[in-house]
Design a protein around this ligand. Structure first.
Ligand code: ADP
Length: 160
């Protein structure tokens, strides 16, 4: 059994408003790399979410039900402070486009400056999932369209 300090713990931060099949795919593909993945919802007082925090957390819990390596948490403030508190040395992010890459590169460098032991692991979106974003899903919901196929099957009925 690995002790806390030897465990490979990654934080996957985001708004998950709501979680999509793109997010779920990144977590699933990252599972073999880590002992634990904390899907962490950053609570931002300025950025207004469509869905309440508890609802977003519940959906993520449902999606990863039975997957003991995945934990769901929320945090306020800087992501690196949360990582330090959780003894997580890895930050996981998904890349859909070159715009994502440029953004993630800047953030990864800043995070590394603030917390040198943090290593950002970027996983490329699968081509067929790379157009899916929570923003698009929210737009479709606002327009009263169907989003079932963009959210994981285990929670799709909540979007009917
Ligand atoms: P944020 O509010 O920080 O942008 P999101 O909840 O939108 O957070 O996304 C969290 C992470 O998931 C980000 O790294 C984002 O690039 C990644 N992501 C979002 N959608 C997809 C997708 N379709 N495929 C791969 N990664 C994705």
């Amino acid at each position: 059994m690995k002790t806390a300090s030897h465990k490979k713990i990654a934080v996957f931060p985001g708004s998950f408003d709501p979680i999509t099949i793109g997010h779920a795919d990144i977590v699933k593909r990252a599972l073999p790399l880590f002992d634990e993945i904390i899907v962490a919802i950053g609570v931002n007082s300025v950025k207004q979410s469509l869905f309440p925090l508890e609802q977003r957390m519940d959906w993520i819990r449902k999606v990863f039900h039975g997957e003991s390596k995945v934990k769901v948490e929320s945090y306020e403030g800087l992501t690196v402070n949360f990582c330090e508190k959780k003894h997580a040395n890895y930050l996981l992010r998904g890349i859909r486009s070159s715009a994502d890459f440029e953004y993630e590169k800047t953030i990864a460098h800043l995070n590394h400056d603030m917390l040198p032991q943090i290593e950002t692991i970027l996983i490329l979106a699968r081509p067929e999932l790379s157009s899916i974003s929570s923003t698009i899903v929210r737009e479709i919901i606002r327009g009263k369209g169907k989003v079932e196929k963009f959210v994981p099957r285990s929670i799709a009925k909540d979007f009917k």
